[in-house]
Design a protein around this ligand. Structure first.
Ligand code: BGC
Length: 738
């Protein structure tokens, strides 16, 4: 979506989609609450998992009894219409009040038709594509019994050691916010209550992506100013876009674990942002507050969580086990328990589950929906949009149909890894491998090596077919399961002997095209130097092979841009574009400036970077009016600066460019980032074509958390920078007069 359009909707209030219970539902909720026992109310605050055994889906007998007694009101990890129907039946036929269950699941990048991992989709910078991906995922999942997904994950992260970067939108709060909105809209569809709409759950609130050292589940501490500026915006954007539920995170913030953090859950989420849905914990995070060391035992943990604003306990059993006792002892109030139950029930009514508890359990619909041809087509489209061309020396790409190709690498003829981590109900057998995608090419294949391990016995065959070819295409990367939860790595290189294989192939003198498949930015300086061409393809999902083939053949001109910086070495981490200026900014001629003595400050490839089969130039950047005045303008809202730039396709083929606008506040009361993304537009240009691209900057774009933590603009000079990536920009200065 263009910045201009976005600002228009924000200003005219058309964006007022934030979840609000519909009128009429409140009365039904109160009537139901009045009939409920304390145990039944606590049951609504309880969420347990089912399992998938080797013989199919199962549920622990204890949980089934809890459903029957009303002690468990919600389940997750149960999907497919038959299984869900059976469980829902227990709730609506065997319980006293017949309250239907919620069914949650991690539908992160597709249910059965798997789309690119979210970090890959972020590289598309295409909000329509991302919304479509989420829409298809929700359409399939809601046809398979589900009504709630634990997505979107919107944690900003600048640390690729953290495996969970694959689930998010990367390092930038502005891009992350636009993605958060697109995903919520896609998941919740036109309105909650429609047959194909699910509840979204924005996670992990808050700051989980800043886990210290990139080590999963680690602690988080930073100034409130920094937190508000760089980490909170995407969660807020998701709430503003209507996200019905929010999940807490594993980390603490400012010394208090998220699931007991009243500042986060009450002051910010509910009071500042007006969130009216319910808050669920992440997996057993209430219990974990004992190990965080902020409470002495489970009972105290439950009290801290409830009082902080946690409505639903995921898997911990703490609310079920202790809230009754805590109430009796006067440690929590009836009103606090009622409020949680009220929030959960409202959404069950909103979903229409009381009218038809089986509305998501139609087996016929399930059969016709999953992996529908239109869904696969959408997945292919989004997949090719997610590919980033990192290098293309001598225009080695696109390939020519007549070229003799050596297809090599452990991921060239692989399906098992293509659906990535958090792959819903995806089945890798449904995937198109790269080799299948290239079917019909003049090609020989050799695996070369495994994804991990030290075995080099396959090198000889790989080198042999390379010698017989005109060009080598080598597919290497990570196993899907080494990115995602609990997969932090200190060495984010290519595992095993893959790098060696690629470098050996480079020595043959043949052009080598490296196809990367991975869940995080990786460190590959030697390959970056030696390879002829490099394509970052992440994990592209069900249509992987077709999408990569579209790009390799030039049937699709790649336009993806990195949503995260790629480091040159792990020692640079965190390396990200929107850092603040130090008092001793890098100066190549002075030792006493902020730098490393053994590595440049700059990353291998910066945020926003990505090539095309064509080239673009930027000219005539200007801003009108260059001077705007804030005098007499209350909140500075009316400031309007129009930024224009001309972008020309200077190459021989049509292509898309993501035009990026960054600002820098030159002098402010607190230190400011050297660059901050404030707008982007994706434009298609024919060869030789020039388009004028216009952005509107408002006071909000120029605002920040000032010394006193209030949000606002300070007059003075701003640099406005526009370009095709964060490090290659043209600059114009504007001045806001007092
Ligand atoms: C993850 C969440 C996920 C939950 C339920 C947790 O371990 O952190 O992102 O939604 O499990 O599967």
């Amino acid at each position: 979506m263009s910045l201009t359009w976005m600002l228009l909707v924000l200003q005219t209030g058309l964006w007022a989609q934030r979840y609000q219970p519909s009128t009429g539902i409140n009365a039904r909720v109160e009537a139901l609450l009045a009939k409920m026992t304390l145990e039944e109310k606590i049951g609504q605050l309880t969420l347990y998992t089912t399992d998938w055994g080797s013989t199919g889906p199962t549920i622990r007998e204890g949980y089934k009894n809890d459903i029957r007694s009303g002690a468990c009101g919600n389940l997750f990890n149960s999907h497919s219409t038959v299984f869900v129907r059976d469980l829902q039946k227990v709730a609506v036929e065997e319980t006293r009040l017949k309250i239907p269950l919620l069914f949650g699941f991690d539908v992160i990048h597709g249910y059965k038709t798997i789309f690119p991992i979210p970090l890959g989709e972020a590289a598309s910078w295409d909000m329509e594509a991302i919304e479509k991906s989420a829409r298809v995922a929700a359409t399939e999942a809601s046809a398979a019994g589900l009504n709630w997904t634990f997505a979107p994950m919107v944690d900003i992260s600048r640390d690729p050691r953290w495996g969970r970067v694959m689930e998010g939108g990367g390092e930038d709060p502005f891009l992350g916010s636009r993605i958060a909105e697109a995903r919520v809209k896609g998941i919740q569809g036109k309105k909650i209550g429609d047959n194909n709409a699910m509840l979204a759950c924005v996670k992990h609130f808050a700051g989980y992506g800043a886990a210290m050292g990139g080590r999963d589940y680690n602690t988080v501490d930073m100034s409130e100013k920094y937190f508000r500026e760089f980490y909170l915006p995407p969660y807020q954007a998701a709430v503003n876009a209507g996200a019905a539920t929010v999940m807490t995170s594993f980390n603490d913030y400012d010394g208090v674990p998220a699931s007991g953090n009243k500042f986060l859950l009450d002051s910010i989420l509910r009071k500042e942002w007006g969130f009216e849905g319910f808050v669920v914990t992440d997996y057993t995070t209430i219990n974990e507050m004992v190990l965080h060391g902020v409470v002495a035992n489970d009972q105290e943990a439950g009290e801290l969580a409830l009082k902080a604003g946690v409505d639903m306990d995921m898997q911990g059993g703490i609310y079920q086990g202790y809230l009754k006792k805590s109430l009796k002892e006067g440690k929590v109030t009836q009103a606090q328990i009622d409020e949680g139950a009220r929030r959960v029930l409202r959404l069950k009514f909103e979903l229409g589950l009381f009218e038809d508890p089986y509305k998501f359990c139609n087996a016929e619909r399930e059969k016709n929906t999953l992996l529908a041809p239109a869904h696969r087509a959408a997945a292919r489209e989004v997949a090719r949009k997610s590919v980033v061309l990192l290098k293309n020396e001598n225009s080695a790409l696109p390939l020519r149909k007549t070229q003799k190709i050596a297809l090599i690498g452990p991921l060239a003829d692989n399906k098992t890894e293509l659906i990535g981590n958090w792959n819903g109900a995806g089945n890798f057998n449904d995937c198109v491998s790269l080799k299948e995608g290239l079917q019909g090419a003049n090609m020989q294949y050799a695996k070369g090596c495994e994804l991990e391990g030290t075995d080099k016995s396959g090198f000889a065959e790989a080198l042999r077919i390379a010698a017989q070819s005109e060009i080598v295409v080598v597919a290497v990367g990570e196993k899907a399961m080494i990115s995602g939860e609990a997969t932090s790595r200190t060495h984010i290189n290519l595992p095993g002997v893959q790098e060696e294989l690629v470098l050996e192939l480079c020595k043959t003198g043949k052009p080598v095209v490296v196809v990367l498949m991975n869940g995080r930015p990786i460190v590959i300086p030697a390959i970056a130097d030696k390879a002829t061409a490099i394509l970052e393809t992440w994990w592209l999902g069900t249509e992987t092979g077709n999408a990569i083939a579209d790009v390799l053949w030039g049937d699709y001109n790649p336009a993806g841009k990195l949503p995260m910086s790629f480091p040159r070495s792990e020692g640079q981490i965190p390396v990200f574009y929107n850092e603040k200026s130090t008092g001793r900014p890098f100066d190549p001629n002075s030792k006493w400036t902020s730098k490393y003595i053994d590595e440049p400050n700059s990353p291998q490839w910066p945020f926003g970077y990505g090539l095309s089969y064509t080239t673009f130039t930027y000219t005539n950047l200007n801003a009108t009016p260059e001077t705007a005045t804030t005098r007499g303008i209350p909140a500075g809202k009316q400031i309007r600066i129009r930024v224009n730039v001309q972008v020309t396709n200077t190459g021989k083929v049509a292509g898309e460019e993501v035009v990026q606008l960054y600002i820098r506040d030159v002098v402010a009361s607190t230190t400011r980032p050297v660059k901050a993304l404030k707008g982007f537009q994706k434009v298609m240009l024919n060869p030789g074509e020039t388009k004028n691209i216009a952005f509107n900057l408002t006071a909000d774009d120029l605002s920040f958390y000032r010394r006193d933590n209030t949000f606002g603009m300070e007059p003075g000079a701003f640099d406005v920078m526009v370009g095709g990536n964060s490090s290659d920009v043209k600059t114009v200065r504007i001045d806001i007069e007092r």
